[in-house]
Ligand binder design. Sequence first.
Ligand code: SF4
Length: 387
Amino acid sequence: MAFDPTFFQTIRTLYVQVPFCPERCDYCSIPVSLRPDLANGYVEALFREKERLLHREDLSRLETLYIGGGTPTVLEPGLLSELLDGLKKELPPLAEITVETRPDVLTAEMLSLLDSKGVTRLSVGMESVTSSQMGFLGRTMDPVDSVRFVEFVRNRFSGRLSMDFIVGGAGYDEKQFLEAARTLLTEGLDHLSVYPLTLEDQTSLKARHLRKELPCDLEEMAGRDWQSAVRKLASLGWHRYEVANFSRSSRTECRHNLRVWQGFDYAGLGAGAHQRIRSVRTVNLPSIRSYELSIRRDMHPVHLNETLTDQEALLEVLYTNARISYGFPLDWVSSAQTGKDMTRFLGEWVACGWIDSLRLEEGRVVFTTAGWDQLDTLMGQLWSVLD
Ligand code: SF4
């Protein structure tokens, strides 16, 4: 099946950014407000942006809604309820509705509210299992007993449960993390996302790094720790279906992210939200105030806008599909598609153990664990051949 960009030009996912939080974490670069009590105007702006989207685009094939942040559950319950109702209005029935949260702001009442509003998936930023790493990351909350937390959620929420963890930094302990991950799998946790600590610009952690208060190879160490942890998670029985994402079984993969990685168009609402529709990629203004002001003045709240060429669209889809365990069809890099003979090139990748030889014989390019370990380098090589 040749690569046909128009096949992917249907909007399957809608992401909504709710940039309000109970505190600012030291590693996080998202512009967030610590005043969720001032979120009324923002929610109004989201509704107006959604109206414009509905007016312009066909959302009839939308499958998922993802309300991320930020920490959407810090909104006052009445406002969150209004947000969920307003967002779902005029959308087709959705297969998955995810809300992001943190364990320290997830009350029993909030869980019941989310359940009653048809939320099907919770994504919880646990981040760490040790107090010292939590402190290093700039979180004031203590690590939560994840088993008790699963029980607490399960008793009040009927949807799926996912947790995020960060690997690396002072206080990170692989043994404790893997022990928690093993127990969580036994307890029936549906999904796990595991990211290496990175030093983003405009963060307290980066500032400390620039002041030389942190080890200079902090990111490299976190990358190595992450590689070690993700390999071991797979051997514990977690199904690694994307470079940094694991599910209990193929039924509990995150449908929202999967559709984005598969290459379908995605829409986004809110400050800093990303969107790609018919090869036009846009990023909204990151500042809450500028975003709200722009919407109120009937302007486009966009601060970046670029149109991808067919070649760029192909490279992007190859890259995101390479990250998932399904890989991509061999035809997408065939000589008929690209005008290049890739036989020798792919043969070398097979010989090095970076792609799966059996899957290649079946007509798919699927990366192995060793291939995923150096995916950026490999995709860079592929781009230089195809470019
Ligand atoms: S990491 Fe999450 S909770 Fe912390 S500031 Fe960023 S968005 Fe908010």
